[in-house]
Design a protein around this ligand. Structure first.
Ligand code: SF4
Length: 395
């Protein structure tokens, strides 16, 4: 049986042809799955009977089992999905006035191993399939629509960020059909501005994304120079800052916005000094020369969410404010991310809270590492309505 969540619309067309059906049937089927949340082919009344019968025999629309759900005081929801084999991934819904943002995972664990990231400390288990990526959105969208009793056509999720567990550009083959499903007017109909891929800087894949599916791009920078970034984001040793920023400049030629978002996690005494703010400003402003062209960007300062194994601490608010002031005075749009859902470990960099570390960081060898679900169901589980806004005219 094939899980139809695996296909973007072109892939679904191929599948319909394999079943001996007309390709255009895929559009009707796609709408039933992604606009109406229907799983039962028998209920898809405008499909040809022959197709409904074949679907019942050859296909399923299989969501991910929910291992646990937690609702934070601020309305943030974190779902833990069981993906089998002892692995689990987390998805976070963040309600705000005028928008509902879903943070989606792309891998079980992550191989990049950024020093400040709880997911990185878990090690890498496996890539998610397209179906497993899309199933996170499918579940959130239709579960929230049901709870909020939204009218047909109203959507709960207005924005998607690929910022959950994993490095999305290291799971490129599964990512791109998932993005296309999100953007498809017969699917979730999200604009390219409202879908963001966040990367630690996999330069060749940024270049490919620019050609294949140029959605909004966020880059985890976290340091103004290679020496420090080599320590915080080990991938920098392969793709250093100059190469990364050059790739970002090229990306802007096709990006839906005229800037790249640079994420900068504020670590006390590590990367948060005024001198480092000045170095970051010089890096992104450039001097107009070929050697230092700068980058059109917005900088997002992220309060670090500490976890015991990191040995790192959150920058004091005064340091964050002083750092932001240097950038703002230099003419760079700079924001400080609001911390959401930290009472349920759903804040940025905290995802992995319910998987057990099997990696023994520090003594790890090249052997396979596994991430195991602690199979206790988190409590308490709230099933009441959450305060998501219904307006959609936001960016
Ligand atoms: S910050 Fe992203 S790329 Fe780095 S370890 Fe965490 S999940 Fe992986």
């Amino acid at each position: 049986m094939v899980n139809l969540l695996q296909f973007d619309r072109a892939g679904l067309g191929d599948f319909c042809e394999q079943l001996g059906e007309k390709r255009f049937r895929a559009t009707q089927l796609f709408r039933w799955i992604h606009q109406r949340g229907e799983r039962d082919p028998a209920a898809m009344t405008d499909l040809a009977r022959s197709l409904r019968e074949k679907l019942a025999t050859h296909a399923v629309i299989e969501p991910l089992p929910v291992a646990s759900e937690q609702v934070a005081a601020d309305g943030t929801i974190k779902w833990l999905f069981d993906i089998g084999g002892g692995d689990a991934v987390e998805t976070v819904f963040i309600p705000e006035t005028g928008r509902g943002t879903l943070c989606i995972s792309s891998q079980a664990g992550c191989a990049v191993n950024c020093r400040f990231c709880a997911t990185g400390h878990q090690g890498f288990s496996r890539n998610l399939t397209t179906a497993e990526i899309v199933a996170q959105l499918w579940h959130a969208e239709f579960e929230l629509r049901r709870r909020l009793a939204l009218a047909p056509g109203e959507r709960a999720i207005t924005n998607v960020v690929m910022m959950g567990m994993g490095e999305p550009l290291q799971n490129y083959a599964a990512l791109v059909p998932a993005l296309r499903t999100m953007l498809d007017d017969h699917g979730y109909g999200l604009s390219r501005r409202r879908v963001t891929v966040s990367t630690s800087g996999v330069v060749p894949m940024i270049d490919r994304l620019r050609e294949d599916c140029p959605v909004a791009l966020a880059v985890s920078l976290h340091a103004p120079d290679d020496a420090l970034r080599d320590e915080l984001v080990p991938l920098n040793r392969k793709y250093p800052i100059a190469e990364l920023l050059a790739s970002c400049r090229d990306y802007l030629e096709r990006a839906p916005r005229d800037f790249i978002t640079l994420e900068y996690c504020m670590l006390d005494g590590v990367n948060d000094s005024p001198e480092q703010a000045a170095a970051l400003l010089a890096l992104v402003r450039g001097d107009g020369s070929a050697a230092s062209p700068g980058l059109s960007c917005k900088i997002n300062l992220i309060p670090f969410n500490p976890f015991p194994e990191s040995g790192l601490h959150r920058s004091p608010a005064a340091s964050v404010a002083a750092f932001a002031a240097v950038l703002l005075d230099g003419g760079i749009v700079t924001t400080v991310r609001k911390t959401r859902g930290d009472d349920i470990a759903a804040a940025c960099g905290q995802l992995a809270g319910e998987v057990q570390d099997r990696t023994r960081i520090g003594e790890r060898t090249d052997r396979e590492v596994r991430v195991r679900v602690e199979r206790r169901v988190a409590a308490p589980v709230s099933r009441g309505p959450v305060p998501v806004a219904r307006e959609r005219s936001v960016s």
